[in-house]
Design a binder for this molecule. Structure first.
Ligand code: ASP
Length: 284
């Protein structure tokens, strides 16, 4: 038996975890991690996820998401242009298809066939966001239920003003999210181009498999990114990790990262256990 727990990236993860908690308590882990993403996807004040997401360079909002509970049940959708509930669509793809990644119009078509409601994605506020706006902050959610089963989902509109067609880490299994029931779950947020060059979430889970604690694993991945890649001062990368015994950790490249934790004691905001560089985060 485990202690049920939800963790989610960033401050907006607090409301998301609260909204999803009753589902986890009832034993619906898949529903809980998707509901947490859904909460952020519908919130017009979150300018980096779902409705409210800053558009790409052509003025269009496109969404990316993934869902995973094991290497067998895992999928992502990317460049979704006509549906808001992208974490739910990723879950449906994981449960109902053999595909691991469905992109663009094909992802919208899959959603339509699966009966997911279509939606306009560009909020009036995001449409008015200044050209220089470059918000990014994925919601990544990890959950463990009372039976010790792990679940993960993440959802994002990607980098604000991104090149049309650009895809980041979030919808790609192993980059923005990885869940291995035997080891643990990891999700990422921040500059996808850095996370993807080291298969960040997969790498962290593999380090945990070899005995690293959640915090040590995340720290090692961040140090690898910092040491081997071209990291600019404004780049942020942060990870969350959760094990089936409830051990969890957050770690970040630069300060500014926070995450939400929800268990039977309530929801609280936590800081990362490790920050590699203490310099101001200008995009968190
Ligand atoms: N990781 C996301 C991406 O690169 C954005 C973010 O989390 O800030 O698309």
């Amino acid at each position: 038996m485990s202690v049920p727990r939800l963790v989610a990236t960033w401050r907006f993860g607090l409301g998301a975890c609260d909204a999803a908690w009753s589902l986890l308590e009832q034993g619906d882990g898949p529903g809980a991690v998707v509901a947490a993403c859904d909460h952020a996807e519908r919130d017009p004040t979150v300018d980096s996820v779902g409705y409210g997401g800053i558009p790409d360079g052509s003025g269009r909002v496109t969404l990316d998401a993934s869902y995973m509970e094991s290497p067998r049940v895992a999928a992502g959708v990317c460049v979704v242009g006509r549906h808001l509930a992208v974490a739910q669509i990723a879950r449906l793809a994981a449960e109902r298809t053999r595909q691991v990644l469905i992109a663009g119009p094909g992802a919208d078509e899959f959603a339509q066939q699966a009966g997911v409601e279509s939606a306009a994605l560009l909020s009036p506020t995001a449409a008015m966001a200044p050209q220089g706006a470059g918000a990014h902050d994925t919601i990544g959610v990890l959950g463990v239920d009372a039976a010790g089963r792990l679940f993960g989902a993440c959802s994002t509109s990607g980098l604000g003003r991104k090149r049309p067609g650009r895809v980041g880490d979030s919808p790609i299994i192993g980059h923005g999210l990885y869940v291995d029931p035997e080891v643990g779950a990891v999700t990422a947020t921040g500059t996808g181009e850095l996370i993807m060059r080291v298969c960040g979430s997969f790498l962290a889970v593999e380090l945990m498999r070899r005995g690293a604690s959640t915090l040590d694993a995340l720290q090692e991945v961040l140090q690898r990114i910092d040491r081997t890649l071209d990291v600019s001062p404004s780049d942020q990368v942060a990870f969350l990790a959760l094990r089936s015994d409830g051990e969890c950790a957050g770690a970040a490249l630069i300060n500014g990262f926070e995450f939400a934790m929800r268990d039977s004691a309530g929801a609280r905001l936590c800081g990362p256990g490790v920050t590699i560089h203490h310099r101001p985060a200008n995009q968190s």
